[in-house]
Design a binder for this molecule. Structure first.
Ligand SMILES: Nc1ncnc2c1ncn2[C@@H]1O[C@H](COP(=O)(O)OP(=O)(O)OP(=O)(O)O)[C@@H](O)[C@H]1O
Ligand SMILES: [Mg+2]
Length: 327
């Protein structure tokens, strides 16, 4: 049995179905990302795992125990939200001490523990500052310190990085992964940023329209998307129809062949998009479908590709993903 078992959870708000029979397992010590478009049910699922929301039906088991009806206050978890949610009238240290004081521990122990987690998130030098004196990244690290101070059984993060600018976001991604590994704490993080999920997660749960579309490692999700939705949602994908099936292939997996060599399809260059190391070719197939092909920019130059150049494309079968449904 997994550390966390979500069994057939359904949740409705009025006529809106937020979760429709969601089942999944999360292993102890894993960092799992829940990824999906806005409104697909990510936060609702996280709130049910926290006990902040009650499911209409289904079960939540944590550490072998049925927690479906256990209120949040009786569950031992740490949580960080998108908005920093710090106490503005308390210092960094004060914010971290706040939760610790609810436990009846000796004062020295509480202070030592607060200092320990602040060192872990690299904020010890800022411990006497108030939230308004901190950058967004420092505020989120304070929230993280507060969430882990009580040694939670599990950590829940709801888009903790989305309010930060791109550079801080990337840095904090690494920080969260490092801290998660040091603590070995089972972590569930909600995001709608696929790059965040691909770089951080041990496994990704892809959701759409209140259901789970696929659960897998970042590589499995990227290389073998189980459904056309996942294929389309993660990265860039070409879709084309052949023999009543839909086939998908990523732009970087399409090869260029010599005119005299074997090839699978011919295309015409519509435009070229220089992206630094890669050049993205926007091509047109004979049946007027569009196709995207990524080639090293060096290759594009050597071949002197230009608008209206003819391309002989190879679509290696090992990179083709086939879906029975016609899209
Ligand atoms: N308290 C509520 N009352 C009514 N409807 C709600 C409530 N909470 C969520 N919903 C609805 O349930 C659906 C799922 O919402 P949820 O917040 O789980 O989405 P999300 O995947 O977290 O989206 P986002 O990426 O925008 O945060 C949405 O259609 C939303 O409008
Ligand atoms: Mg949400």
């Amino acid at each position: 049995m997994s550390f966390m078992e979500i069994r057939d959870i359904t949740k409705r708000f009025d006529r809106q179905t937020a979760l429709d029979g969601v089942s999944l397992g999360i292993e102890r010590g894993e960092l799992v990302c829940i990824l999906g478009p806005s409104g697909c049910g990510k936060t609702t699922l996280l709130r049910i795992i926290a006990g902040l929301e009650a499911a209409d039906s289904g079960q939540v088991l944590i550490n072998g125990k049925d927690c479906t009806y256990l209120p949040a206050a009786k569950r031992n978890f740490g949580i960080v939200f998108q908005s920093y949610a710090l106490f503005p009238n308390m210092t960094v240290m004060g914010n971290v001490l706040f939760g610790l004081r609810q436990k009846n521990l000796p004062k020295d122990e509480i202070t030592a523990r607060a200092a320990e987690v602040l060192r872990l998130v690299d904020l010890l030098d800022h411990k006497n500052k108030y939230p308004r004196q901190l950058s967004g990244g420092q505020q989120q690290r304070t929230a993280l310190a507060r969430a882990i101070a009580l040694s939670p059984d599990y950590l829940l993060l709801d888009e903790p990085l989305s309010a930060l600018d791109a550079k801080v976001r990337v840095k904090l991604r690494g920080e969260i992964c490092r801290i998660q590994r040091v603590l070995g704490v089972t972590t569930v993080m909600v995001t709608h940023d696929q790059e965040e999920a691909l770089t951080m997660a041990d496994r990704i749960i892809v959701m759409n329209n209140a259901v789970v579309e696929q659960i897998g490692t970042p590589r499995e999700i990227y290389n073998r998307p189980a459904t056309p939705f996942v294929a389309d949602f993660i990265g860039t994908m070409n879709f084309y129809r052949q023999n009543g099936e839909t086939r998908a292939i990523r732009p970087e997996n399409i090869g260029l062949a010599e005119r005299s060599g074997a090839y699978d399809v011919m295309a015409r260059v519509k435009s070229l998009e220089f992206k630094g190391p890669l050049t993205r070719i926007h091509g047109t197939l004979p049946d007027l479908d569009e196709i995207l092909v990524d080639v090293p920019s060096e290759t594009a130059e050597e071949l002197r590709l230009h608008e209206d150049s003819t391309l002989f494309l190879r679509l290696p079968s090992e990179h083709l993903v086939t879906y029975p449904a016609v899209m």
